[in-house]
Design a protein around this ligand. Structure first.
Ligand code: UT7
Length: 332
């Protein structure tokens, strides 16, 4: 990226719905157990949005917190990463902008499911690099629990709801907070590995109610997630002229603690560099990375000057990574 045209992280915000659903509560309704969920995924509890709370509502909360953290509510564009837009049409981002009082700014959705936040960061960095925007609000917000069949023990224990956001400003390539390089990929041939078959434009209706919920081939996704996140992490490090040993904090998409550990192992990264908040939030899809960043800031494990590797993998399939040095930013 050209000097003076980098996207620099200037604010961070998170928001979780108040209702906590722990594994014991789920075990009362599903053929599962706290022990199975904890040992197979690392998840102890997750937040579930109430019926009156939507993706837009959560995004407004997290976005407002990120603007507060940045100390300014001036932004030229809003990029919303989500796979659970309030409606099939239109995109939700303009409603989020409106909810935040950001009238007239550019606003659009990016759907790369669990990789959505990294894709949205790259999109926002591109808006800044081309001079289209000076400051961009990037939000990841998903109510993924609504895509899960309440009777499915294969998905209900995994996913949770939430939103996280960052403010990016135009800055210098070598200053703390500058994002990049980026690495993004997809493999649409494998879309069926995690899919909601019905409800979209291709198949608006189905006689089978299960078609409106997510179906997931967990084991295959697991293997792809580890391999792709490790591969993409190596790519950004190589492009940046860095080594795995230069990474202070590894913030991977929070899908399963075993995926994070296996990916770190493939990379040769010590376990104490892995940031993990999946235990308390589950897999929050596009919100996962900013929620992990916010929690790591709050508990002191992420500090100014740390070199941070962000990597994500999701349905599509999609995956991608980027790097930054943590700036003097705290969650708002
Ligand atoms: O966000 C990106 C997309 N999603 C992911 O990255 C998810 C990736 N996949 C995973 O995290 C894991 O594959 C899961 C957590 C989904 C499943 O864990 P697993 O270790 O791959 O389990 P499995 O599917 O191989 O099932 C092992 C056993 C089976 O029983 P048998 O056949 O060995 O008797 C399942 O029927 O565990 C059983 N099982 C359960 N038992 C209790 C599956 N789900 C449950 C459950 N509670 N919830």
């Amino acid at each position: 990226m050209q000097k003076g045209h980098s996207a620099v992280l200037a604010g961070l915000g998170a928001w979780l719905p108040p209702r906590v659903v722990d594994n014991h509560e789920l075990s009362e309704r599903l053929d599962t157990s706290d022990e199975w969920i904890r040992t197979r995924t690392g998840i102890r509890e997750r937040r579930i949005a109430g019926a009156d709370t939507s993706t837009v509502d959560m995004a407004v909360h997290a976005g407002g917190n990120a603007l507060r953290s940045a100390g300014s509510d001036v932004v030229d564009a809003l990029v919303l990463a989500t796979a659970t837009a309030d409606q099939l049409c239109p995109a939700s981002a303009p409603q989020v902008a409106s909810g935040l009082g950001l009238h007239g700014i550019a606003a659009f959705d990016v759907n790369a499911v669990c990789s959505g936040f990294v894709y949205a960061l790259a999109t926002a960095a591109g808006l800044i690099a081309t001079g289209t925007a000076d400051r961009v609000l990037v939000i990841g917000s998903d109510v993924f629990s609504r895509l899960c069949d309440p009777a499915d023990r294969g998905t209900m224990p995994i996913f949770g709801d939430g939103a996280g956001a960052v403010v990016l400003r135009r800055g210098e390539t070598h200053e703390p907070g500058a994002l990049g390089p980026f690495d993004l990929h997809s493999e649409g041939e494998l879309a069926d590995l995690l899919i909601v078959p019905a409800g979209g434009a291709k198949q608006r209706e189905s006689a089978d109610p299960h078609d409106y919920y997510v179906t997931m081939h967990g084991q295959t996704i697991f293997r792809h997630a580890c391999a792709r996140m490790a591969e993409s992490s190596r790519t950004v490090l190589e492009r940046a002229g860095l080594d795995v040993a230069d990474v202070d904090r590894f913030v991977g998409h929070q899908a399963n603690i075993r995926i994070l550990q296996a990916t770190a192992k493939q990379l040769g990264l010590p376990g104490d560099r892995v940031v993990a908040n999946i235990g308390r939030v589950g897999n929050t899809s596009a919100a996962s990375i900013p929620l992990a960043l916010a929690d790591a800031c709050e508990d002191g494990s992420l500090q100014r000057g740390h070199r941070v590797l962000l990597t994500a993998f999701g349905a599509g399939l999609t995956w991608g990574s980027t790097l930054l040095t943590w700036p003097d930013v705290k969650p708002g």
